[in-house]
Write a protein that binds this ligand. Structure first.
Ligand code: NI
Ligand code: MN
Length: 235
């Protein structure tokens, strides 16, 4: 499984023949080092955790350019289909969708979900996280928390899906901070490797670096993979 980080919460994940973009926020992302055209090359699936602009980002352009399958909640799929997206597969919490190269399961996230670009928030369903179970690389289950606070539901996610890799927000203010993300890792999950996100992007709003998270991880800090924007790693 190849994971490329594009800053904030944007990731590209390659497994089998699938090229999955998560929350592809490039234009206006202070942490992005690539443009959407380059980062979305070959994209087969585009997963959106929720409707906030720092996650939906360049989705519309990417979906139209690549024809990739949009996977998100029903409201976001309906909203983007009203803007011309034809290829989409909606879901909601607890639901599993099977594709050729991976299964995706919608998990709870404690957050909100709306589009505020017009100035009046447009409701866009409930925010989610995703479990990704790669078919051609069994056992490499990945949990993408999305924007969320710490919740006891994470214990259930561990019990049901046993993810070995995690992508968790650590920025604070809008999501858990490093201390609570570390609490989740040390008390609820059993990750072999965890990648922090939703930080080092909007100065003054989210944590500037991963130091608080690393410190709170204590002896488990060796499991943290801090990725630079634009970096690709194989797991
Ligand atoms: Ni958000
Ligand atoms: Mn966000």
């Amino acid at each position: 499984m190849k994971i490329t980080y594009h800053g904030h919460s944007a990731f590209r994940i390659e497994t089998g023949k699938a090229v999955i973009l998560i929350d592809p926020f490039f234009t206006g992302n202070p942490a992005a080092t690539a443009g959407w055209e380059e980062a979305s090359r070959g994209c087969t699936h585009l997963l959106l955790t929720h409707g906030h602009g720092d996650h939906t980002g360049d989705s519309l352009e990417i979906l139209k350019a690549t024809g990739a399958m949009l996977v998100s909640n029903f409201e976001i799929c309906t909203w983007l289909s009203s803007k011309g997206v034809e290829n989409y597969s909606p879901g909601n919490h607890g639901g599993r969708i099977s594709f050729d190269d991976f299964d995706v399961i919608f998990t709870n996230a404690w957050h909100s979900s709306s589009d505020t670009s017009s100035g009046t928030p447009l409701y866009l369903g409930n925010p989610a996280g995703f479990i990704i179970e790669p078919r051609t690389e069994p056992g490499k289950t990945l949990y993408i928390a999305g924007d969320t606070g710490l919740s006891l539901d994470m214990k259930l996610i561990q019990e049901l899906y046993k993810p070995v890799f995690g992508i968790l927000p650590i920025g604070d203010r809008f999501t858990m901070g490093g201390d609570q993300a570390a609490y989740a890792c040390r008390n609820f999950f059993d990750f072999k490797m965890v990648i922090p996100c939703h930080y080092a992007s909007f100065k003054g709003f989210v944590a500037e670096d991963a130091s608080q998270f690393l410190a709170a991880m204590g002896p488990d800090a060796s499991k943290v993979k801090v990725m630079a924007s634009g970096e690709m790693a194989e797991f």
